[in-house]
Design a protein around this ligand. Structure first.
Ligand SMILES: [Cu+2]
Length: 325
C-alpha cells in the first residue's frame, strides 16, 4: 500500500516537468493555462476538504435535531448559493483569460512570423512564411520559433482531424480538413519541447509527434536563413540513386529535381533530431531501416517499403540524406 502511494506520487510528480508538460510553462499562453489549472485545483481541493471535513464531523459527533429553518438555509447556502458563486467566479476567470489566448487579440502583434503546420497521417508538414511575404521555407516534424516574439500558427489538415499541441507553450488546437485554425504563441524560455498529436487520427497516431525548439531571435534568424537555401550536400553523388528510385515523386530536396510534396521535405533532413515524426533518431542505421520498411516502424504509413532495393543503394541514399544539413 505504501509502495503504491509512493509510486502514484512519483508518477504524478514526474509529469510536472520536462519537455512535454503543461505544468512547466515556457510560454505566455501556457503560463496562463497553468495559473488557471492551479487555481481550479486549489479551489477544488479546498471545497473537497471542507465537504469531507463536514462529513467526518457529522459521522463522529452526536447530532442534536436542528431547527428546520436553519436546515433549509444551510442547504440553500451550502448546497446551491456558494457552489454556484464559486463556479461563476471560476468561469469568469476562464472567460477573462480567453481573449489573451486568441490570436492577435492584442493590437499591433499581427505582423510577425507565421508558421503553417499541416497535420498528415502521420507526420507534420511545416512552412515558415517570412514577415516580408517572401518564399515560404519548407520543413517537417520540427518547429523552431524565436523566444519573446509572438508567432502565429496556421493549422490545417489534408486528411483527418489532428490536433496541434505544445503543452509547454500553450493550449491545443484542432487541425480540421478544409479549415485554417489560428493559434498564437509566445515562447518565453529557450529550450526544446515536445508536441504530440492530440486527436486520434489512425493507426500510427501515437507515433505522430514533433519537436518545438524555442531559440534566441538572432540564432533563429540565422537558422532560418540557412534553411532558405539548398543544402551544400544536395549535389553529392547519392542524389542520383535517390532520384533513380523515385523518391523524388514524394519528397522534395531543394537544389535537386526532387519536387514531390506527398511526404516530408528532406532538404535539410539531417539538421532535425528525429525522423518519422519523432519515432527514430536521425542516425545512419535508423534512416536505413526507415527507408527499407517504414511499415514496420509506423503501421499505416503512406510511404511504401523499399526493402527490395539493394542494401548498398539504401546505404548510399541514407548517407546522402545524412549530409543534408
Ligand atoms: Cu494526428
Amino acid at each position: 500500500m505504501r509502495w503504491l502511494a509512493l509510486w502514484l506520487c512519483l508518477g504524478t510528480c514526474s509529469s510536472c516537468s520536462g519537455a512535454q508538460s503543461a505544468l512547466d510553462p515556457a510560454g505566455e499562453e501556457a503560463r496562463q493555462i497553468a495559473y488557471l489549472f492551479w487555481l481550479m485545483a486549489i479551489a477544488g481541493g479546498f471545497i473537497w476538504l471542507t465537504v469531507i471535513g463536514l462529513l467526518v464531523h457529522a459521522t463522529r459527533h452526536e447530532r442534536t435535531p436542528i431547527d428546520e429553518r436553519i436546515a433549509s438555509r444551510l442547504i440553500f447556502w451550502g448546497g446551491a448559493a456558494i457552489p454556484s458563486l464559486l463556479l461563476f467566479l471560476l468561469l469568469g476567470y476562464a472567460l477573462w483569460l480567453m481573449p489573451g489566448l486568441r490570436p492577435f487579440a492584442r493590437a499591433g502583434e499581427a505582423n510577425g512570423l507565421r508558421i503553417e503546420v499541416t497535420g498528415e497521417q502521420f507526420w507534420w508538414r511545416v512552412a515558415y512564411h517570412p514577415a516580408d511575404g517572401g518564399v515560404p521555407i519548407l520543413s517537417a516534424n520540427e518547429i523552431r520559433l524565436p523566444v519573446g516574439e509572438r508567432v502565429e500558427f496556421l493549422l490545417k489538415s489534408t486528411d483527418v482531424i489532428h490536433s496541434f499541441w505544445i503543452p509547454a507553450l500553450g493550449g491545443k488546437m484542432d487541425m480540421i480538413p478544409g479549415r485554417v485554425n489560428r493559434l498564437s504563441l509566445l515562447a518565453t524560455k529557450p529550450g526544446t519541447y515536445r508536441g504530440p498529436c492530440a486527436e486520434y487520427c489512425g493507426t500510427s497516431h501515437a507515433l505522430m509527434t514533433f519537436t518545438a525548439v524555442a531559440m534566441q531571435p538572432a540564432a533563429f534568424r540565422e537558422w532560418l536563413a540557412v534553411r532558405a537555401n539548398p543544402s551544400p550536400g544536395a549535389s553529392l553523388p547519392g542524389r542520383d540513386i535517390f532520384l533513380r528510385n523515385g523518391c523524388g515523386a514524394c519528397h522534395r530536396v531543394a537544389g535537386t529535381q526532387a519536387e514531390g510534396g506527398v511526404g516530408p521535405d528532406l532538404s535539410h533532413m539531417s539538421s532535425r533530431g528525429t525522423i518519422g515524426a519523432g519515432v527514430l533518431p536521425t542516425d545512419d542505421e535508423a534512416v536505413r531501416s526507415f527507408i527499407a520498411h517504414p511499415h514496420l516502424i509506423k503501421p499505416g504509413s503512406k510511404m511504401p517499403d523499399f526493402n527490395m532495393l539493394p542494401q548498398q543503394d539504401i546505404a548510399e541514399i541514407a548517407s546522402w540524406l545524412k549530409g543534408l544539413e
